[in-house]
Design a binder for this molecule. Structure first.
Ligand code: 1HN
Length: 351
């Protein structure tokens, strides 16, 4: 052994011995992990993934014959990031799943501090009740279940209903701020007629003396018919954004912020033949395809998608979407949290 090599071996042994001794006091040397703790740019430990609805749907329907919504409490197949199996996460901060509710079923009332969003993928006519008011859900509707609100779902229609659930479960778990309780009966008491929230808060007007008590939006169903009309109007009004096509964010009309404090939700129209310019941002994002077919290049991989497919784009991964005909994509991410913390960044590649 040459002199410097021998010296290095002795030094490394001394360090290892030192690490072991301080380990006994629950201490560790920062210099061994500093670069990993503070990477020069995001280095996500999760990956891009795509769920083809044609492959997913038969399993969802099979789950319908294995367990009732009542027994399951929520009959959901979790969309789990392939690089985070066992975690129930689609990104490190977000949970996603596809929920099935069959005709005649009730998913019993409960509440929790985790906030939820529903994005309706298939079917029409099931309802969700949130703090005493019901709303009937249709394809493309975006519905919120704010933190600590009582909620139950029921399906009085003749068709199965499937929706995407997005929850901030991993964020709430990180803070150890989770509370939950079950309702006294399966269906909560209804105290307001259907349409009350819509009338009070969703027309660019607010009750004159109403003051918001929380960050959450007072509107709990953002129907697709209105969203689609807004997108069509935008497309008539001007050119698409190079990175996004025509993209809108859902908003709490009382604050201008996101409808849910922890999750941002978006809808974008990619016109026929449109290719978005390369784009990346720090919010890992879950997409649900509402209309059309196309493909997304995410990092090194290309995923072809169609109506009702889902895919996830990791933080800081380069993404380019291409639409065959007109296509519409719903998406959600933790962007409002990152913005509150002054962490959110994007890279528009000069566009
Ligand atoms: C939940 O309450 C719902 O209310 C869906 O539909 C998915 C996943 C984990 C924990 C609670 C719902 C959920 C959930």
């Amino acid at each position: 052994m040459s002199q410097p090599t021998a010296h290095r071996a002795t030094r490394n042994n001394a360090r290892r011995d030192f690490y072991e001794r301080i380990g006994g006091l629950s201490m560790a040397p920062l210099w061994e992990s500093l670069h990993q703790l503070v990477p020069p740019q995001p280095a996500p430990k999760y990956q891009a993934a795509h769920w083809d609805y044609d492959k997913v749907r038969p399993f969802l329907m099979e789950s319908g014959s294995l367990i009732t919504a009542k027994e399951a409490v929520r009959r959901v197949l979790i969309l789990e990031n392939p690089a985070m199996r066992g975690s129930a996460c689609i990104t490190p901060s977000l949970y996603a799943g596809l929920q099935l509710i069959l005709p005649g079923e009730v998913a019993p009332s409960h509440r929790h501090t985790q906030s939820a969003l529903r994005f309706i993928v298939e079917g029409e006519g099931a309802y969700t009740a949130v703090d005493g008011e019901r709303t009937i859900m249709r394809e493309g509707d975006f519905v919120i279940t704010p933190t600590w609100t009582w909620h139950d779902h029921g399906n009085d229609s003749r068709q199965p209903m499937v929706w995407l659930d997005g929850l901030d479960i991993p964020l709430v778990a990180m803070f150890n701020a989770g509370f939950a309780e079950s309702g006294e009966s399966d269906e909560q008491a209804i105290t307001a007629p259907e349409g009350t929230s819509d009338a009070r808060y969703a027309s660019g007007l607010l009750p004159v003396d109403w003051k918001p008590a929380r960050q959450t939006s007072p509107i709990f169903n953002y129907p697709y018919a209105r969203t689609r009309e807004a997108l069509a109007g935008l497309a008539k009004a001007g050119p698409p954004d190079p990175c996004h096509g025509y993209k809108l964010r859902y908003v709490n009309p009382a604050s201008g912020g996101a409808p849910i404090a922890t999750m941002g939700t978006f809808m974008q129209l990619l016109p026929k033949g449109f290719r978005t310019a390369p784009y990346r941002c720090t919010d890992g994002t879950v997409f649900s395809v509402v209309e059309g077919t196309g493909e997304s290049v995410i990092g090194e991989r290309t995923f072809r998608w169609k109506k009702r497919d889902h895919f996830v784009v990791p933080s800081w991964a380069n993404v380019e979407h291409r639409a065959d005909g007109d296509a519409v994509l719903f998406s959600f991410s933790d962007r409002p949290v990152q913005e509150k913390l002054d962490l959110w960044r994007e890279d528009r590649g000069g566009k």
